[in-house]
Unconditional design. Structure first.
Ligand SMILES: [Zn+2]
Length: 58
């Protein structure tokens, strides 16, 4: 079977960069990790954010 768009193996990072609504706003577009919507760098940042949020709530 031919797959013209191998989305699963070459998904790009959807980490937002800049402020939404501004011309500078864009997505990271680095190669995303398997089973994650972000690249290695931004997946790490996302996990840190969740951890910080928990500490704030406690
Ligand atoms: Zn990224």
């Amino acid at each position: 079977m031919v797959r013209p768009f191998p989305r699963v193996s070459t998904r790009s990072c959807c980490w937002p960069i800049g402020e939404p609504g501004t011309p500078e706003f864009r997505f990271c577009s680095a190669e995303a990790m398997p089973a994650k919507p972000y690249c290695t760098e931004h997946a790490a940042v996302a996990y840190v954010r969740v951890r910080d949020r928990r500490e704030d709530a406690a």
